[in-house]
Design a protein around this ligand. Structure first.
Ligand SMILES: *[C@@H]1O[C@H](CO)[C@@H](O)[C@H](O)[C@H]1NC(C)=O
Ligand SMILES: *[C@@H]1O[C@H](CO)[C@@H](O)[C@H](O)[C@H]1NC(C)=O
Ligand SMILES: *[C@@H]1O[C@H](CO)[C@@H](O)[C@H](O)[C@H]1NC(C)=O
Length: 249
């Protein structure tokens, strides 16, 4: 692989840079004009967002539909998070209720799956608390945004003028991209019945729970739903990893 060779800087530019560096070293005011990169805005403690989701790496081999609308209710004070996922032209929404003890329930009207994660709900500072790399300014959906990447898992766009989240892309095999269509800080889903996992999430014979994955095979419901659950879990896992990263940095 050929290495890129950068041409030498033109002399006037080089001088200018040197002079600027010297001035910046002497004069704090001049140093301040070399703006540090902007920081991400922490999430509000509670919000409701409607997300348009595209699994951009959808292929014929995969099962669940690639387009969906997700209602996200983020509730940090109560340490819970709900994704209400509606697939295109599907009448039966998929719930993903995540609790801070690491338990997540994925259920629709017929089936349920319980997953355990080592970390709970993302804190509001999962991105702003450190480790985000500023990637510059970009326009997406006609909205002028600051963009950050974190830990090679996510690219996150927020509106430059307001700090509202606009979009995030997961850097994984599914290519999940989520676009924030509405964002309502302070709005909570108060109806506890919406958070309650149905009885069929709690079978009497509790001999399951070995941490990850294979419980799917024992489930009797349609493969489509579970293929989709897996993909959704991939995204959730990444966010959980980010939460872990935020907690330790
Ligand atoms: C979803 O992503 C795919 C792959 O990038 C793209 O071709 C398609 O147009 C997208 N669909 C929508 C509705 O945005
Ligand atoms: C975690 O909390 C939820 C909601 O209170 C509960 O249903 C679940 O059983 C808990 N999980 C564990 C492992 O305690
Ligand atoms: C898309 O998915 C296929 C099949 O899972 C995978 O081999 C490929 O690497 C993925 N593409 C990207 C860009 O992740």
């Amino acid at each position: 692989m050929a290495r890129t060779r950068w041409p030498p800087l033109p002399l006037p530019l080089l001088l200018h840079l040197l002079l600027f560096a010297a001035a910046a070293a002497k004069d704090p005011a001049a140093a301040a004009t070399a703006d540090p990169p902007p920081s991400p805005t922490p999430w509000p403690e509670r919000f409701h967002a409607v997300l348009f989701t595209n699994l951009t790496n959808y292929s014929d081999a995969s099962t669940g539909p690639p387009l969906r609308i997700t209602d996200l209710y983020y509730d940090w004070p109560r340490r819970r998070n709900l994704n209400l996922v509606r697939h295109q032209l599907s009448a039966d929404p998929l719930y993903d209720v995540e609790w801070n003890n690491g338990t997540s329930f994925y259920f629709d009207s017929r089936s349920c799956r319980v997953e355990r994660f080592p970390v709970g709900v993302l804190p509001p500072w999962w991105l702003s608390g450190g480790g985000a790399r500023y990637m510059g300014r970009r326009v997406t959906g006609g909205i002028d945004c600051h963009v950050w990447g974190k830990a090679g898992f996510i690219v996150y766009y927020e509106e430059a003028t307001t700090g509202r989240p606009v979009r995030w892309n997961f850097i994984d095999v599914t290519g999940i991209q989520q676009f924030v269509m509405s964002f309502e800080p302070g709005v909570a889903l108060e109806d506890d019945a919406q958070w309650q996992a149905p009885a069929y999430c709690f079978p009497d014979d509790d001999d399951d729970e070995q941490g990850t994955g294979n419980g799917l095979a024992s489930s009797s419901s349609s493969g489509d739903e579970f293929g989709d659950v897996l993909r959704h879990q991939a995204a959730t896992r990444l966010l959980k990893k980010l939460a872990g990263a935020a907690a330790t940095s």
